[in-house]
Design a protein around this ligand. Structure first.
Ligand code: F6R
Length: 612
Protein backbone atom coordinates (compact mmCIF):
# COMPACT_ATOMS: atom_id res chain seq x y z
CA UNK A 1 0.00 0.00 0.00
CA UNK A 2 1.04 3.65 -0.01
CA UNK A 3 4.71 4.32 0.63
CA UNK A 4 6.31 7.24 2.41
CA UNK A 5 9.86 8.53 2.00
CA UNK A 6 11.05 11.85 3.42
CA UNK A 7 14.45 13.35 4.00
CA UNK A 8 16.11 16.31 5.68
CA UNK A 9 19.88 16.75 5.87
CA UNK A 10 22.75 17.77 3.62
CA UNK A 11 22.26 15.45 0.66
CA UNK A 12 20.30 16.13 -2.50
CA UNK A 13 16.81 15.13 -1.44
CA UNK A 14 15.22 14.41 -4.84
CA UNK A 15 17.39 11.48 -6.03
CA UNK A 16 17.42 10.01 -2.53
CA UNK A 17 13.63 10.17 -2.23
CA UNK A 18 13.06 8.76 -5.73
CA UNK A 19 15.40 5.86 -5.01
CA UNK A 20 13.59 5.26 -1.73
CA UNK A 21 10.21 5.29 -3.48
CA UNK A 22 11.53 2.66 -5.88
CA UNK A 23 12.52 0.50 -2.94
CA UNK A 24 8.92 0.78 -1.72
CA UNK A 25 7.41 -0.01 -5.13
CA UNK A 26 6.81 -3.58 -3.97
CA UNK A 27 4.12 -2.33 -1.61
CA UNK A 28 1.85 -1.64 -4.58
CA UNK A 29 0.75 1.79 -5.83
CA UNK A 30 -0.77 3.62 -8.75
CA UNK A 31 0.76 7.12 -8.64
CA UNK A 32 3.78 8.83 -7.17
CA UNK A 33 4.86 12.31 -6.18
CA UNK A 34 7.48 14.41 -4.50
CA UNK A 35 7.56 17.82 -2.76
CA UNK A 36 10.80 19.76 -2.41
CA UNK A 37 11.57 22.90 -0.44
CA UNK A 38 14.38 25.28 -1.34
CA UNK A 39 15.06 28.99 -1.72
CA UNK A 40 12.53 29.11 -4.56
CA UNK A 41 9.77 27.84 -2.29
CA UNK A 42 7.75 24.66 -1.95
CA UNK A 43 7.13 22.71 -5.15
CA UNK A 44 5.16 19.54 -5.74
CA UNK A 45 5.49 17.20 -8.72
CA UNK A 46 3.22 14.18 -9.06
CA UNK A 47 2.11 11.73 -11.68
CA UNK A 48 -0.19 8.79 -12.21
CA UNK A 49 1.75 5.61 -12.93
CA UNK A 50 5.12 4.40 -11.81
CA UNK A 51 8.00 6.21 -10.11
CA UNK A 52 9.71 6.07 -13.52
CA UNK A 53 6.88 8.27 -14.90
CA UNK A 54 7.47 10.76 -12.11
CA UNK A 55 11.20 10.71 -12.91
CA UNK A 56 10.40 11.47 -16.54
CA UNK A 57 8.16 14.37 -15.46
CA UNK A 58 10.89 16.02 -13.43
CA UNK A 59 13.83 15.08 -15.65
CA UNK A 60 14.27 18.62 -17.03
CA UNK A 61 13.57 20.49 -13.78
CA UNK A 62 16.17 21.97 -11.45
CA UNK A 63 15.46 20.25 -8.19
CA UNK A 64 18.21 21.28 -5.82
CA UNK A 65 16.89 20.81 -2.29
CA UNK A 66 18.05 19.13 0.89
CA UNK A 67 14.59 18.57 2.31
CA UNK A 68 11.67 16.81 0.70
CA UNK A 69 8.82 14.34 1.02
CA UNK A 70 7.81 11.63 -1.45
CA UNK A 71 4.95 9.20 -1.77
CA UNK A 72 3.59 6.26 -3.71
CA UNK A 73 -0.21 6.20 -3.54
CA UNK A 74 -2.56 3.21 -3.59
CA UNK A 75 -5.91 4.83 -4.27
CA UNK A 76 -8.61 4.82 -1.60
CA UNK A 77 -10.47 8.15 -1.90
CA UNK A 78 -10.63 9.16 -5.55
CA UNK A 79 -9.31 7.44 -8.62
CA UNK A 80 -5.60 7.12 -9.33
CA UNK A 81 -4.70 10.27 -11.28
CA UNK A 82 -2.21 13.15 -11.15
CA UNK A 83 -4.43 15.34 -8.98
CA UNK A 84 -5.24 12.75 -6.33
CA UNK A 85 -1.58 11.69 -6.08
CA UNK A 86 0.37 12.87 -3.02
CA UNK A 87 1.92 15.15 -1.82
CA UNK A 88 -0.91 17.63 -1.39
CA UNK A 89 -0.55 21.36 -0.85
CA UNK A 90 -2.66 23.07 1.75
CA UNK A 91 -5.01 25.72 0.36
CA UNK A 92 -2.57 28.53 1.17
CA UNK A 93 0.30 26.44 -0.29
CA UNK A 94 2.22 26.83 2.93
CA UNK A 95 2.14 23.12 3.80
CA UNK A 96 2.67 19.90 1.89
CA UNK A 97 1.64 16.50 3.22
CA UNK A 98 2.05 12.83 2.44
CA UNK A 99 -0.29 10.37 4.09
CA UNK A 100 -0.85 6.63 4.36
CA UNK A 101 -4.12 5.40 5.80
CA UNK A 102 -7.69 6.67 5.81
CA UNK A 103 -9.25 9.65 7.57
CA UNK A 104 -12.73 8.32 8.28
CA UNK A 105 -14.35 11.61 9.34
CA UNK A 106 -12.85 13.58 6.45
CA UNK A 107 -16.25 14.41 5.01
CA UNK A 108 -17.44 16.32 8.10
CA UNK A 109 -14.15 18.19 8.38
CA UNK A 110 -14.28 19.01 4.67
CA UNK A 111 -17.76 20.50 4.94
CA UNK A 112 -16.71 22.82 7.75
CA UNK A 113 -13.61 23.89 5.80
CA UNK A 114 -15.67 24.56 2.66
CA UNK A 115 -17.90 26.84 4.74
CA UNK A 116 -14.77 28.77 5.71
CA UNK A 117 -13.88 29.24 2.04
CA UNK A 118 -11.40 26.42 1.51
CA UNK A 119 -11.31 24.96 -1.98
CA UNK A 120 -10.18 21.46 -2.81
CA UNK A 121 -8.33 20.23 -5.87
CA UNK A 122 -8.53 16.51 -5.21
CA UNK A 123 -11.05 13.97 -3.96
CA UNK A 124 -8.72 12.80 -1.22
CA UNK A 125 -9.12 12.67 2.54
CA UNK A 126 -5.47 13.72 2.71
CA UNK A 127 -6.07 17.15 1.22
CA UNK A 128 -8.77 17.63 3.85
CA UNK A 129 -6.28 16.81 6.59
CA UNK A 130 -3.61 19.23 5.36
CA UNK A 131 -6.17 22.04 5.10
CA UNK A 132 -7.45 21.23 8.55
CA UNK A 133 -3.89 21.55 9.87
CA UNK A 134 -3.42 24.84 8.01
CA UNK A 135 -6.70 26.18 9.34
CA UNK A 136 -5.70 25.40 12.94
CA UNK A 137 -2.26 26.89 12.35
CA UNK A 138 -3.83 30.13 11.09
CA UNK A 139 -6.50 30.39 13.77
CA UNK A 140 -4.26 29.57 16.70
CA UNK A 141 -1.16 31.16 15.25
CA UNK A 142 0.77 28.10 16.39
CA UNK A 143 3.67 25.96 15.17
CA UNK A 144 3.17 23.21 12.59
CA UNK A 145 3.81 20.63 15.28
CA UNK A 146 1.10 22.07 17.48
CA UNK A 147 -1.34 22.35 14.58
CA UNK A 148 -0.67 18.72 13.59
CA UNK A 149 -1.20 17.64 17.17
CA UNK A 150 -4.49 19.50 17.53
CA UNK A 151 -5.73 18.28 14.15
CA UNK A 152 -4.93 14.66 14.93
CA UNK A 153 -6.86 14.87 18.18
CA UNK A 154 -9.96 15.43 16.04
CA UNK A 155 -9.22 12.86 13.40
CA UNK A 156 -10.83 9.40 13.30
CA UNK A 157 -8.99 6.82 11.24
CA UNK A 158 -5.52 5.61 10.49
CA UNK A 159 -2.54 7.60 9.39
CA UNK A 160 1.15 7.90 8.92
CA UNK A 161 1.88 11.45 7.79
CA UNK A 162 4.80 13.71 7.10
CA UNK A 163 4.23 17.45 6.84
CA UNK A 164 6.61 20.03 5.40
CA UNK A 165 6.09 23.74 6.09
CA UNK A 166 7.44 26.34 3.66
CA UNK A 167 7.92 28.71 6.57
CA UNK A 168 10.09 26.34 8.60
CA UNK A 169 12.70 25.07 6.16
CA UNK A 170 14.86 22.31 7.64
CA UNK A 171 12.00 20.78 9.63
CA UNK A 172 9.68 17.83 9.07
CA UNK A 173 6.76 16.86 11.30
CA UNK A 174 5.51 13.28 11.23
CA UNK A 175 2.90 11.28 13.11
CA UNK A 176 1.42 7.82 13.14
CA UNK A 177 -1.62 5.87 14.16
CA UNK A 178 -2.20 2.48 12.64
CA UNK A 179 0.13 2.90 9.65
CA UNK A 180 3.83 2.15 10.00
CA UNK A 181 6.48 4.85 10.05
CA UNK A 182 10.20 4.36 10.59
CA UNK A 183 12.64 7.20 11.29
CA UNK A 184 16.24 6.78 10.14
CA UNK A 185 18.71 8.62 12.35
CA UNK A 186 21.91 9.64 10.54
CA UNK A 187 24.59 12.24 11.26
CA UNK A 188 22.80 15.56 10.99
CA UNK A 189 20.22 13.98 8.75
CA UNK A 190 16.91 12.19 9.18
CA UNK A 191 14.85 9.90 7.04
CA UNK A 192 11.22 8.84 7.25
CA UNK A 193 9.89 5.78 5.47
CA UNK A 194 7.08 3.25 5.63
CA UNK A 195 9.64 0.54 6.31
CA UNK A 196 13.38 0.41 6.71
CA UNK A 197 14.21 -0.57 3.12
CA UNK A 198 14.75 2.99 1.76
CA UNK A 199 16.82 3.89 4.82
CA UNK A 200 19.37 1.10 5.32
CA UNK A 201 21.63 2.33 2.55
CA UNK A 202 22.35 5.42 4.67
CA UNK A 203 21.90 4.35 8.29
CA UNK A 204 20.98 1.25 10.26
CA UNK A 205 19.88 3.32 13.28
CA UNK A 206 16.12 3.60 13.31
CA UNK A 207 13.24 4.54 15.56
CA UNK A 208 9.85 2.89 15.03
CA UNK A 209 7.29 5.56 15.74
CA UNK A 210 4.43 4.33 17.93
CA UNK A 211 0.75 5.04 17.52
CA UNK A 212 -0.32 8.49 18.72
CA UNK A 213 3.23 9.84 18.53
CA UNK A 214 4.44 12.95 16.72
CA UNK A 215 8.07 13.28 15.65
CA UNK A 216 9.74 16.55 14.78
CA UNK A 217 13.15 16.59 13.10
CA UNK A 218 15.18 19.77 12.55
CA UNK A 219 18.70 21.05 13.22
CA UNK A 220 18.10 20.47 16.93
CA UNK A 221 17.67 16.76 16.32
CA UNK A 222 14.76 14.36 16.80
CA UNK A 223 12.01 15.10 19.26
CA UNK A 224 9.08 12.76 19.92
CA UNK A 225 5.90 13.59 21.85
CA UNK A 226 2.57 11.90 22.17
CA UNK A 227 -0.74 13.49 21.22
CA UNK A 228 -1.05 14.76 24.81
CA UNK A 229 2.17 16.72 24.27
CA UNK A 230 4.24 14.57 26.63
CA UNK A 231 7.89 14.04 25.67
CA UNK A 232 8.95 10.49 24.72
CA UNK A 233 12.47 9.11 24.66
CA UNK A 234 13.30 7.96 21.13
CA UNK A 235 14.28 4.28 21.29
CA UNK A 236 16.98 3.89 18.65
CA UNK A 237 17.41 0.34 17.34
CA UNK A 238 19.79 -1.17 14.81
CA UNK A 239 18.11 -2.85 11.86
CA UNK A 240 19.74 -6.08 10.80
CA UNK A 241 18.97 -5.84 7.13
CA UNK A 242 21.56 -5.97 4.38
CA UNK A 243 21.16 -4.17 1.07
CA UNK A 244 21.53 -7.35 -1.01
CA UNK A 245 18.48 -8.81 0.73
CA UNK A 246 16.33 -6.15 -0.91
CA UNK A 247 17.87 -6.37 -4.39
CA UNK A 248 17.14 -8.86 -7.16
CA UNK A 249 20.57 -10.49 -7.11
CA UNK A 250 20.56 -11.53 -10.78
CA UNK A 251 17.02 -12.96 -10.86
CA UNK A 252 14.48 -11.59 -13.34
CA UNK A 253 11.99 -10.95 -10.57
CA UNK A 254 11.93 -10.73 -6.79
CA UNK A 255 9.30 -13.45 -6.78
CA UNK A 256 11.61 -15.91 -8.52
CA UNK A 257 14.46 -14.96 -6.21
CA UNK A 258 12.22 -15.51 -3.20
CA UNK A 259 10.97 -18.89 -4.47
CA UNK A 260 14.59 -19.95 -4.92
CA UNK A 261 15.57 -18.62 -1.51
CA UNK A 262 13.27 -21.10 0.22
CA UNK A 263 15.82 -23.78 1.07
CA UNK A 264 17.72 -21.04 2.90
CA UNK A 265 14.74 -19.22 4.38
CA UNK A 266 13.25 -22.44 5.77
CA UNK A 267 16.65 -23.35 7.21
CA UNK A 268 16.98 -19.84 8.69
CA UNK A 269 13.56 -20.22 10.22
CA UNK A 270 14.61 -23.46 11.94
CA UNK A 271 18.11 -22.29 12.84
CA UNK A 272 18.75 -22.42 16.59
CA UNK A 273 15.22 -23.71 17.10
CA UNK A 274 15.36 -27.26 15.88
CA UNK A 275 18.04 -29.70 16.93
CA UNK A 276 17.19 -33.13 15.57
CA UNK A 277 20.28 -34.83 16.98
CA UNK A 278 19.47 -33.75 20.50
CA UNK A 279 15.71 -34.07 19.99
CA UNK A 280 15.02 -30.44 20.90
CA UNK A 281 12.76 -27.65 19.77
CA UNK A 282 13.53 -24.27 21.29
CA UNK A 283 11.21 -21.42 20.44
CA UNK A 284 12.76 -18.57 22.42
CA UNK A 285 9.83 -16.20 21.87
CA UNK A 286 7.40 -18.78 23.29
CA UNK A 287 9.61 -20.01 26.13
CA UNK A 288 6.97 -19.17 28.70
CA UNK A 289 3.99 -20.05 26.56
CA UNK A 290 4.40 -23.58 25.17
CA UNK A 291 3.20 -25.24 28.39
CA UNK A 292 0.24 -22.87 28.51
CA UNK A 293 -0.46 -23.53 24.83
CA UNK A 294 -0.47 -27.24 25.61
CA UNK A 295 -3.36 -26.54 28.02
CA UNK A 296 -5.21 -24.27 25.58
CA UNK A 297 -8.91 -24.96 25.24
CA UNK A 298 -8.94 -23.43 21.80
CA UNK A 299 -6.61 -21.74 19.37
CA UNK A 300 -7.91 -19.16 16.93
CA UNK A 301 -5.68 -18.18 14.04
CA UNK A 302 -6.47 -14.75 12.60
CA UNK A 303 -4.93 -13.75 9.30
CA UNK A 304 -5.61 -12.67 5.72
CA UNK A 305 -4.77 -14.09 2.30
CA UNK A 306 -1.78 -16.37 2.09
CA UNK A 307 -1.22 -16.07 5.83
CA UNK A 308 -4.77 -17.34 6.34
CA UNK A 309 -3.84 -20.38 4.23
CA UNK A 310 -0.87 -20.94 6.52
CA UNK A 311 -3.35 -20.78 9.40
CA UNK A 312 -5.41 -23.55 7.78
CA UNK A 313 -2.29 -25.70 7.64
CA UNK A 314 -1.77 -24.80 11.31
CA UNK A 315 -5.29 -26.02 12.08
CA UNK A 316 -4.52 -29.49 10.75
CA UNK A 317 -1.17 -29.53 12.55
CA UNK A 318 -2.43 -28.51 15.99
CA UNK A 319 -5.48 -30.73 15.80
CA UNK A 320 -3.57 -33.73 14.54
CA UNK A 321 -0.51 -33.47 16.74
CA UNK A 322 -1.61 -31.61 19.86
CA UNK A 323 -5.32 -32.48 19.81
CA UNK A 324 -6.33 -28.87 20.37
CA UNK A 325 -9.50 -27.42 18.96
CA UNK A 326 -8.52 -24.85 16.32
CA UNK A 327 -10.42 -22.24 14.34
CA UNK A 328 -9.03 -20.21 11.49
CA UNK A 329 -10.61 -16.84 10.95
CA UNK A 330 -10.35 -14.18 8.30
CA UNK A 331 -9.24 -11.26 10.46
CA UNK A 332 -11.68 -8.94 8.69
CA UNK A 333 -14.64 -11.15 9.67
CA UNK A 334 -13.46 -11.94 13.17
CA UNK A 335 -13.05 -8.29 14.14
CA UNK A 336 -16.60 -7.31 13.26
CA UNK A 337 -18.39 -10.36 14.62
CA UNK A 338 -18.33 -9.90 18.37
CA UNK A 339 -16.44 -13.20 18.66
CA UNK A 340 -16.75 -15.38 21.73
CA UNK A 341 -13.44 -15.48 23.53
CA UNK A 342 -13.10 -17.51 26.70
CA UNK A 343 -10.41 -18.05 29.26
CA UNK A 344 -7.91 -20.55 27.95
CA UNK A 345 -8.26 -19.36 24.36
CA UNK A 346 -5.15 -18.37 22.44
CA UNK A 347 -5.47 -15.97 19.55
CA UNK A 348 -2.57 -16.29 17.12
CA UNK A 349 -2.05 -13.73 14.36
CA UNK A 350 -0.13 -14.79 11.27
CA UNK A 351 1.22 -11.97 9.15
CA UNK A 352 4.21 -11.51 6.89
CA UNK A 353 4.22 -7.73 7.12
CA UNK A 354 2.96 -7.52 10.67
CA UNK A 355 1.03 -4.42 9.54
CA UNK A 356 -2.16 -5.80 8.00
CA UNK A 357 -4.89 -3.51 9.32
CA UNK A 358 -7.56 -6.19 9.77
CA UNK A 359 -5.21 -8.63 11.50
CA UNK A 360 -3.97 -5.91 13.81
CA UNK A 361 -7.52 -4.85 14.67
CA UNK A 362 -8.57 -8.49 15.27
CA UNK A 363 -5.70 -8.84 17.74
CA UNK A 364 -6.57 -5.60 19.50
CA UNK A 365 -10.13 -6.82 19.88
CA UNK A 366 -9.00 -10.18 21.26
CA UNK A 367 -6.65 -8.42 23.66
CA UNK A 368 -9.43 -6.16 24.88
CA UNK A 369 -11.44 -9.29 25.66
CA UNK A 370 -8.59 -10.64 27.78
CA UNK A 371 -7.22 -13.28 25.42
CA UNK A 372 -3.56 -14.25 25.25
CA UNK A 373 -2.41 -13.00 21.86
CA UNK A 374 0.55 -14.45 20.00
CA UNK A 375 2.11 -13.49 16.70
CA UNK A 376 3.84 -15.25 13.82
CA UNK A 377 5.37 -12.36 11.87
CA UNK A 378 8.15 -11.88 9.39
CA UNK A 379 8.92 -8.19 9.75
CA UNK A 380 10.88 -7.51 12.91
CA UNK A 381 9.56 -4.55 14.88
CA UNK A 382 6.25 -4.53 13.00
CA UNK A 383 3.06 -3.38 14.72
CA UNK A 384 1.69 -6.90 15.25
CA UNK A 385 4.95 -8.15 16.69
CA UNK A 386 4.89 -5.23 19.11
CA UNK A 387 1.38 -5.63 20.44
CA UNK A 388 1.41 -9.40 20.96
CA UNK A 389 2.15 -11.00 24.33
CA UNK A 390 4.72 -13.27 22.71
CA UNK A 391 5.51 -14.71 19.33
CA UNK A 392 7.86 -16.26 16.84
CA UNK A 393 9.52 -14.46 13.96
CA UNK A 394 9.61 -16.37 10.70
CA UNK A 395 13.05 -15.01 9.69
CA UNK A 396 12.32 -15.41 5.99
CA UNK A 397 14.10 -12.13 5.20
CA UNK A 398 12.45 -9.26 3.32
CA UNK A 399 9.77 -10.42 0.91
CA UNK A 400 9.56 -7.86 -1.89
CA UNK A 401 7.47 -9.70 -4.51
CA UNK A 402 3.83 -8.89 -3.82
CA UNK A 403 2.84 -12.55 -4.09
CA UNK A 404 3.88 -14.25 -0.91
CA UNK A 405 6.09 -17.33 -1.36
CA UNK A 406 8.95 -17.73 1.08
CA UNK A 407 6.92 -16.07 3.83
CA UNK A 408 4.27 -18.80 3.46
CA UNK A 409 6.74 -21.66 3.81
CA UNK A 410 8.38 -19.90 6.75
CA UNK A 411 4.98 -19.43 8.43
CA UNK A 412 4.18 -23.11 7.93
CA UNK A 413 7.62 -24.02 9.29
CA UNK A 414 7.01 -21.97 12.44
CA UNK A 415 3.51 -23.39 12.91
CA UNK A 416 4.86 -26.90 12.49
CA UNK A 417 7.55 -26.30 15.11
CA UNK A 418 4.95 -24.80 17.43
CA UNK A 419 2.55 -27.72 16.93
CA UNK A 420 5.24 -30.34 17.46
CA UNK A 421 6.58 -28.56 20.57
CA UNK A 422 3.06 -28.21 21.97
CA UNK A 423 2.27 -31.86 21.25
CA UNK A 424 5.46 -32.91 23.00
CA UNK A 425 4.64 -30.77 26.04
CA UNK A 426 1.11 -32.16 26.09
CA UNK A 427 2.21 -35.75 25.59
CA UNK A 428 0.01 -36.28 22.53
CA UNK A 429 2.90 -37.60 20.44
CA UNK A 430 5.35 -40.23 21.53
CA UNK A 431 9.12 -39.87 21.58
CA UNK A 432 9.58 -41.86 18.36
CA UNK A 433 7.17 -39.69 16.38
CA UNK A 434 8.72 -36.57 17.89
CA UNK A 435 12.23 -37.60 16.85
CA UNK A 436 11.14 -38.72 13.42
CA UNK A 437 9.38 -35.43 12.79
CA UNK A 438 12.45 -33.47 13.78
CA UNK A 439 14.68 -35.43 11.41
CA UNK A 440 12.17 -35.07 8.61
CA UNK A 441 11.92 -31.33 9.23
CA UNK A 442 15.67 -30.90 9.18
CA UNK A 443 15.69 -32.50 5.71
CA UNK A 444 13.05 -30.15 4.25
CA UNK A 445 15.42 -27.44 2.91
CA UNK A 446 17.35 -29.98 0.89
CA UNK A 447 14.09 -31.48 -0.46
CA UNK A 448 12.87 -28.02 -1.50
CA UNK A 449 16.19 -27.63 -3.33
CA UNK A 450 15.44 -30.86 -5.22
CA UNK A 451 12.07 -29.48 -6.30
CA UNK A 452 13.63 -26.22 -7.46
CA UNK A 453 15.90 -28.24 -9.74
CA UNK A 454 12.75 -29.11 -11.67
CA UNK A 455 12.11 -25.47 -12.53
CA UNK A 456 12.77 -26.01 -16.26
CA UNK A 457 10.40 -28.98 -16.35
CA UNK A 458 7.70 -26.87 -14.64
CA UNK A 459 8.39 -24.01 -17.05
CA UNK A 460 7.80 -26.35 -20.01
CA UNK A 461 4.46 -27.46 -18.55
CA UNK A 462 3.53 -23.83 -17.86
CA UNK A 463 4.03 -22.94 -21.54
CA UNK A 464 1.16 -25.24 -22.48
CA UNK A 465 -1.23 -23.49 -20.09
CA UNK A 466 -0.27 -19.88 -20.70
CA UNK A 467 -3.55 -19.01 -22.35
CA UNK A 468 -5.91 -20.94 -20.10
CA UNK A 469 -8.81 -18.84 -18.84
CA UNK A 470 -9.56 -20.85 -15.71
CA UNK A 471 -7.86 -23.29 -13.38
CA UNK A 472 -9.02 -25.54 -10.56
CA UNK A 473 -6.68 -26.63 -7.76
CA UNK A 474 -7.65 -29.65 -5.67
CA UNK A 475 -6.14 -31.30 -2.62
CA UNK A 476 -7.21 -33.06 0.55
CA UNK A 477 -6.20 -32.79 4.19
CA UNK A 478 -3.09 -30.68 4.64
CA UNK A 479 -2.93 -30.23 0.91
CA UNK A 480 -6.32 -28.53 0.75
CA UNK A 481 -4.87 -25.21 2.02
CA UNK A 482 -2.05 -25.70 -0.48
CA UNK A 483 -4.65 -25.98 -3.26
CA UNK A 484 -6.14 -22.68 -2.07
CA UNK A 485 -2.71 -21.13 -2.03
CA UNK A 486 -1.90 -22.45 -5.53
CA UNK A 487 -5.10 -20.88 -6.85
CA UNK A 488 -4.43 -17.57 -5.09
CA UNK A 489 -0.87 -17.40 -6.46
CA UNK A 490 -2.05 -18.00 -9.99
CA UNK A 491 -4.90 -15.52 -9.93
CA UNK A 492 -3.00 -12.69 -8.30
CA UNK A 493 -0.05 -12.66 -10.67
CA UNK A 494 -1.42 -14.04 -13.96
CA UNK A 495 -5.02 -12.71 -13.64
CA UNK A 496 -6.32 -16.16 -14.59
CA UNK A 497 -9.46 -17.07 -12.71
CA UNK A 498 -8.56 -19.94 -10.39
CA UNK A 499 -10.40 -21.79 -7.62
CA UNK A 500 -9.04 -24.00 -4.90
CA UNK A 501 -11.24 -26.71 -3.38
CA UNK A 502 -10.99 -29.75 -1.17
CA UNK A 503 -10.84 -32.52 -3.81
CA UNK A 504 -13.93 -34.27 -2.45
CA UNK A 505 -15.95 -31.07 -2.65
CA UNK A 506 -15.58 -31.04 -6.43
CA UNK A 507 -18.62 -33.25 -6.86
CA UNK A 508 -20.75 -30.70 -5.06
CA UNK A 509 -20.54 -28.11 -7.79
CA UNK A 510 -17.21 -27.36 -9.46
CA UNK A 511 -17.36 -30.61 -11.46
CA UNK A 512 -19.86 -28.84 -13.71
CA UNK A 513 -16.97 -26.69 -14.95
CA UNK A 514 -14.83 -29.60 -16.10
CA UNK A 515 -14.33 -30.06 -19.83
CA UNK A 516 -11.35 -30.33 -22.18
CA UNK A 517 -10.54 -26.65 -21.64
CA UNK A 518 -10.33 -26.84 -17.87
CA UNK A 519 -6.87 -27.43 -16.39
CA UNK A 520 -7.08 -29.10 -13.00
CA UNK A 521 -4.10 -29.22 -10.68
CA UNK A 522 -4.22 -32.10 -8.20
CA UNK A 523 -1.99 -32.49 -5.22
CA UNK A 524 -1.82 -36.26 -5.20
CA UNK A 525 1.10 -37.18 -2.99
CA UNK A 526 1.32 -40.55 -1.22
CA UNK A 527 -0.49 -39.83 2.01
CA UNK A 528 -3.54 -41.07 3.86
CA UNK A 529 -5.92 -39.62 1.26
CA UNK A 530 -3.99 -40.77 -1.80
CA UNK A 531 -6.51 -43.42 -2.90
CA UNK A 532 -9.37 -40.95 -2.57
CA UNK A 533 -7.54 -38.32 -4.58
CA UNK A 534 -6.86 -40.94 -7.28
CA UNK A 535 -10.63 -41.47 -7.56
CA UNK A 536 -11.15 -37.73 -7.88
CA UNK A 537 -8.57 -37.59 -10.67
CA UNK A 538 -10.45 -40.34 -12.49
CA UNK A 539 -13.64 -38.33 -12.22
CA UNK A 540 -11.94 -35.35 -13.85
CA UNK A 541 -10.32 -37.44 -16.56
CA UNK A 542 -13.67 -39.07 -17.35
CA UNK A 543 -14.90 -35.56 -18.19
CA UNK A 544 -11.85 -34.79 -20.32
CA UNK A 545 -10.28 -32.29 -17.89
CA UNK A 546 -6.55 -31.70 -18.38
CA UNK A 547 -4.73 -32.74 -15.24
CA UNK A 548 -1.42 -31.62 -13.82
CA UNK A 549 -0.58 -33.62 -10.71
CA UNK A 550 1.96 -33.09 -7.98
CA UNK A 551 2.98 -36.65 -7.10
CA UNK A 552 5.39 -38.38 -4.78
CA UNK A 553 8.68 -39.63 -6.15
CA UNK A 554 8.25 -43.09 -7.62
CA UNK A 555 4.49 -42.78 -8.10
CA UNK A 556 3.19 -45.01 -10.86
CA UNK A 557 -0.59 -44.97 -10.71
CA UNK A 558 -1.32 -41.25 -10.92
CA UNK A 559 1.38 -40.72 -13.53
CA UNK A 560 -0.43 -43.11 -15.84
CA UNK A 561 -3.70 -41.22 -15.52
CA UNK A 562 -2.73 -37.59 -15.82
CA UNK A 563 -1.46 -35.31 -18.58
CA UNK A 564 1.50 -34.00 -16.61
CA UNK A 565 3.04 -35.13 -13.33
CA UNK A 566 5.58 -33.27 -11.26
CA UNK A 567 7.41 -35.55 -8.85
CA UNK A 568 8.47 -34.29 -5.46
CA UNK A 569 10.44 -36.03 -2.69
CA UNK A 570 8.66 -37.94 0.06
CA UNK A 571 8.38 -36.69 3.60
CA UNK A 572 6.19 -37.17 6.64
CA UNK A 573 2.57 -36.44 5.71
CA UNK A 574 2.26 -33.46 8.03
CA UNK A 575 5.24 -31.74 6.42
CA UNK A 576 3.96 -32.14 2.87
CA UNK A 577 2.65 -28.55 2.44
CA UNK A 578 6.23 -27.29 2.70
CA UNK A 579 7.02 -29.25 -0.46
CA UNK A 580 3.79 -29.37 -2.44
CA UNK A 581 3.41 -25.59 -2.54
CA UNK A 582 6.76 -25.05 -4.28
CA UNK A 583 5.86 -26.45 -7.74
CA UNK A 584 2.61 -24.46 -7.58
CA UNK A 585 4.55 -21.25 -6.94
CA UNK A 586 6.76 -21.97 -9.95
CA UNK A 587 3.79 -22.88 -12.15
CA UNK A 588 2.09 -19.56 -11.35
CA UNK A 589 5.29 -17.62 -11.81
CA UNK A 590 6.08 -19.03 -15.25
CA UNK A 591 2.51 -18.73 -16.51
CA UNK A 592 2.39 -15.09 -15.39
CA UNK A 593 5.74 -14.28 -16.98
CA UNK A 594 4.64 -15.91 -20.25
CA UNK A 595 1.48 -13.81 -20.19
CA UNK A 596 3.65 -10.73 -19.83
CA UNK A 597 2.35 -9.79 -16.38
CA UNK A 598 4.11 -7.54 -13.91
CA UNK A 599 4.87 -10.42 -11.57
CA UNK A 600 6.36 -8.44 -8.70
CA UNK A 601 3.73 -5.72 -8.71
CA UNK A 602 0.48 -7.20 -9.97
CA UNK A 603 -2.28 -4.72 -10.71
CA UNK A 604 -4.42 -3.46 -7.81
CA UNK A 605 -2.45 -5.38 -5.19
CA UNK A 606 -0.51 -4.07 -2.26
CA UNK A 607 2.14 -5.89 -0.29
CA UNK A 608 1.20 -4.45 3.02
CA UNK A 609 -2.54 -3.89 3.38
CA UNK A 610 -2.64 -1.14 5.95
CA UNK A 611 -6.25 -0.11 5.37
CA UNK A 612 -9.19 -2.35 6.16
C1 F6R B 1 -0.83 -13.18 -1.35
C2 F6R B 1 -0.49 -12.22 -0.32
C3 F6R B 1 -1.59 -11.67 0.52
C4 F6R B 1 -1.11 -11.56 1.98
C5 F6R B 1 -2.18 -10.87 2.84
C6 F6R B 1 -1.79 -10.80 4.28
O1 F6R B 1 0.28 -13.59 -2.06
O2 F6R B 1 0.64 -11.86 -0.16
O3 F6R B 1 -2.73 -12.43 0.42
O4 F6R B 1 -0.86 -12.84 2.46
O5 F6R B 1 -2.39 -9.57 2.35
O6 F6R B 1 -0.60 -10.10 4.45
P1 F6R B 1 0.28 -10.26 5.74
O7 F6R B 1 0.79 -11.66 5.76
O8 F6R B 1 1.38 -9.27 5.57
O9 F6R B 1 -0.60 -9.98 6.90
Amino acid sequence: MCGIVAYVGNREAAPLILKGLKRLEYRGYDSAGIALLNGDGLKIYKKKGKVADLEALIADKVLHATIGIGHTRWATHGEPNDVNAHPHYSFGKRLAIIHNGIIENYSTIKQSLIKKGYEFQSQTDTEVLVNFIEDIQKNKNCSTEEAVRLALQEVVGAYAIVVMDAETPGQLVAARKGSPLVIGVGENEFFFASDATPIIEYTKDVVYLNDYEIAVVNDEGLNIKNLENQEKDPFIQTVELELEAIEKGGYDHFMLKEIFEQPRSIADCMRGRLNADEALILLGGLRNHIDKLAKAKRIVFVACGTSWHAGLVGEYLFEELARINVEVEYASEFRYRNPIIKEGDFIIAISQSGETADTLAALELAKSKGAVILGVCNVVGSSISRITDAGVYTHAGPEIGVASTKAFTAQVTVLTLMAIATAKAKGTINEDTFRRLLFEMAAIPQKVEQILQKAEEIKDISKLFTFASNFIFLGRGLNFPVALEGALKLKEISYIHAEGYPAAEMKHGPIALIDEDMPVVFIATKDSSYEKVVSNIQEVKARKGRVIAIVSEGDVDVKKMVDFAIEIPNTHEILMPLLTVVPLQLLSYYIAVMRGRNVDQPRNLAKSVTVE
